[in-house]
Ligand binder design. Structure first.
Ligand code: PLP
Length: 480
């Protein structure tokens, strides 16, 4: 028991408990595969075990750490289990966790270049690296009028894009006077809900978001986008923003970015491309087709915190014209004035997102890229796609199951042929087993199971076992 539990943790105590925590994480990594993937607790169960009020006096750290096993672990859904196939992944890796730990240790608040030059310059540099690594358009690099910034999430990125689109469409007047209710925004019916939220938060009004129908591959119909924009213009409205998706959440559909981009160019619409998970695939040259037409986009975002082994949160947001973004978001109170900013020679990322303060997120990204190397990252991404494609092949060959959507990358949408109720029960049975975790969507009004391969440690044996378990569960249900 520590004798200084009521006081600051000394560096020596920190060293001791830091080692204990790292040991705990390493053990967790080793054993996570054996834990039930989906937390089995009932609502309120975790809170009920917590003391009603905090203790008046501090506790020894070993008691605190012991409660991770006792109180917290039962309430964890294990996103880092190789049997996690739900949603899109939020994978992590050793170098990323250590980078994050160092960022916490340094405790930097990087709102201005001057508040920690390394925090800004490493971020700019790593985001430029990623332009090359994913073969993104060079206009997103910081050496021209564009540039990249780390946001917490893809939701924050699209909010910034909608705000900049709003300002560009109104000659930066809505910043001053608000909107007059005539600005409209567009995304497909399959776009992520973060676009709807951004449109609401940016004050465009939910009713001014048009959801454009999709084709049989669940990709936006560029012709119907053009028609809707024309109708809105004819009605006196002011179209300003289009959100295209590379890898929709439901089915991994790829919107036709080139066709949408050409239309946006001709009509002065801000095009944001949301590649939250799937953008990572562009590490591999053979998957770069997903970004065809990206040179026509005004902004782009993908999340290393989904599929690039970088723990949450880490979204890379790029703009072709940083001046538009900065003009939209910049406010400069006296207390933030400083020489470096006045010189114009530095980037102050506080002007690139909604919040002022920012963590040193570039550190974990830098660690990940350096640890794996580009080739190492490619290897894992390729492997995930291969495993998903293999699973899709088994579904295709099965008499009982069918694919519900094309499988361009690492997400397989499929269903049992016995109908919605059967699939609903099947999913529940699978997830209650604790042996794997899948989630669902609805495609063409039919209940659909999703299996996404993207967890850091998922290997062939996990995917094979998943297929075995799914088939066994279906057979058990059919018998009962
Ligand atoms: N866009 C797409 C296509 C997504 O799938 C998701 C989340 O899964 C998001 C945006 C939102 O991601 P975030 O949690 O980073 O806001």
């Amino acid at each position: 028991m520590s004798t200084t539990a009521n006081f600051h943790m000394s560096p020596d105590e920190f060293r001791r408990w830091g080692h204990a925590v790292v040991d705990w994480i390493a053990d967790y990594q080793r054993h996570v595969e054996a834990l039930p993937v989906l937390s089995q607790v009932q609502p309120g169960e975790i809170r009920a075990k917590l003391p009603a009020a905090p203790l008046e006096h501090g506790e020894a750290f070993d008691a605190i750490l012991a409660d991770i096993d006792r109180l917290v672990l039962p309430g964890i859904t294990h996103w880092q289990s190789p049997n996690f196939f739900a949603y899109f992944p939020a994978n992590n890796s050793g170098p990323s966790i250590l980078g994050d730990l160092l960022a916490s240790g340094l405790g930097v608040q990087g709102m201005l270049w001057a508040t920690s030059p390394a925090c800004t310059e490493l971020e700019t540099h790593v985001l430029d690296w990623l332009v090359d690594m994913l073969d993104l358009p060079a206009k997103f690099k910081s050496n021209g009028p564009g540039g990249g910034v780390i946001q917490d999430t893809a939701s924050s990125a699209v909010l910034c894009a909608v705000l900049a689109a709003r300002e560009r469409a109104t000659g930066f007047a809505s910043n001053e006077r608000g909107t007059d209710g005539r600005l409209t925004a567009y995304a497909s019916t399959q776009a992520h809900s973060s676009i709807e939220k951004a449109v609401k938060v940016a004050g465009l009004g939910r009713q001014n978001l048009r959801l454009i129908p999709v084709d049989e591959r669940f990709a936006m119909r560029a012709d119907l986008l053009a028609r809707q924009v024309a109708d809105d213009r004819a009605a006196g409205l002011v179209p300003c923003f289009v959100g295209a998706t590379v890898g929709t959440t439901s089915s991994n559909a790829l919107d036709p970015v080139a066709a949408i981009g050409r239309f946006c160019r001709e009509n002065s619409l801000w095009l944001h491309v949301d590649a939250a998970m799937s953008g990572t695939a562009a590490l591999c040259p053979e998957f770069r087709f997903i970004h065809d037409g990206l040179e026509l986009a005004d902004s782009y975002a993908f999340n290393p915190h989904k599929w690039m082994f970088t723990n949450f949160d880490c979204d890379c947001f790029y703009v072709a014209d940083r001046a538009a973004l900065i003009k939209t978001l910049s406010v400069l109170p006296e207390y933030l004035r400083n020489q470096a900013t006045e010189s114009g020679a530095v980037i102050d990322y506080r002007d690139w997102h909604v919040q002022l303060g920012r963590r040193f997120r570039a550190l974990k990204l830098w660690f990940v890229i350096r640890h794996y190397g580009v080739e190492g990252l490619r290897h894992h991404v390729r492997r995930h796609v291969e495993l998903a494609q293999e699973f899709a092949g088994w579904v295709r060959a099965s008499a009982d199951f069918e694919l519900a959507a094309p499988v361009p990358l690492n997400l397989v949408c499929f269903r049992h042929r016995a109908g919605d109720d059967f699939n609903r029960r099947l999913l529940e049975r699978i997830n209650q087993s604790g042996q794997l975790y899948l989630t669902h969507t609805v495609l063409n009004d039919r209940y659909t199971l999703r299996l996404c391969v993207g967890q850091t440690h998922t290997e062939a044996r996990h995917v094979e076992r998943a297929w075995q378990l799914i088939r066994q569960s279906a057979e058990a249900d059919a018998r009962s």
